[in-house]
Design a protein around this ligand. Structure first.
Ligand code: FES
Length: 233
């Protein structure tokens, strides 16, 4: 018998071992998420995928699906919490969407639209984060980092290079490059690395191709992030 949980009143089937987020996405039901990625084990850091399950707010990317579980996702209470988390991500970095070459392809921006973030609400921190342009083919703009650790995980688990890491704690936590100089040019990173492709925002950029696809024709210009087709038919 198919096991199901209820998501905003809709029955969502799942297989043993799936998380609520995986099952929802497979069913074509969008739940906002930033640090979760189908190729990596979820680690629940951004909390943007929060749902209310059995009356408790919890991250859906680490929540094992359970038969009969009752989950709220698109309620105003849950959306407001997600909105605040996204607003915090915006104020903790330096995100200037109109001048960012990742605009229209950026998941933070797309989730911001999905959650109808209209103001930053919190005080902007304007951290001082110098850009690393040392590499001939890649640019690192730490200002846009949301600490999702996807590049860290990809570089270590898929590329086998360990180019990136997070350093510091709390508000001082930041992305670093694993080289004595701290510069990307002194690592073995390749343009074709998964770590480069997986960045959901505009931190790791390929030089010389920034506006190859014009603004207005990019991924989330054409369809909002919650209108993307399900991963499975
Ligand atoms: Fe679940 Fe980030 S997507 S915590």
């Amino acid at each position: 018998m198919t096991k199901t949980f209820t998501l905003d009143g809709r029955e969502v089937p799942f297989t043993d071992g799936q998380t609520v987020l995986q099952a929802a996405l497979d069913e074509g039901v969008y739940v906002p998420h930033l640090c979760a990625h189908p190729e990596f084990k979820p680690h629940g850091s951004c909390r943007v995928c929060t749902v209310k399950a059995g009356g408790r707010m919890t991250a859906s990317c680490t929540l094992p699906a359970q038969d009969g579980l009752v989950i709220e996702s698109e309620t105003e209470e849950v959306r407001e919490l997600r909105r605040e988390l996204v607003q915090l991500l915006f104020v903790e970095g330096n995100h200037f969407c109109p001048s960012c070459e990742k605009s229209g392809d950026c998941k933070l921006q797309a989730v911001g639209y999905q959650l109808e973030v209209k103001t930053l609400h919190f005080t902007q921190l304007f951290p001082d984060r110098p850009v690393d342009a040392s590499h001939p083919d890649l640019l690192l703009d730490f200002n846009r980092c949301i600490l999702c650790e996807l590049c860290v995980r990809a570089s270590s688990e898929i590329d086998g290079r360990n180019v990136f890491a997070l350093s510091g704690r709390g508000i001082g936590k930041h992305l670093i490059v694993n080289a004595e100089s701290g510069k990307l040019a002194d690592t073995s990173i390749a343009v074709t690395d998964t770590a480069v492709a997986v960045c959901p925002v505009g931190v790791i950029l390929k030089k010389g191709r920034g506006f190859a696809v014009p603004i207005g024709q990019r991924t989330y210009d054409l369809a909002p992030i919650d209108a993307l087709p399900p991963r499975k038919p």
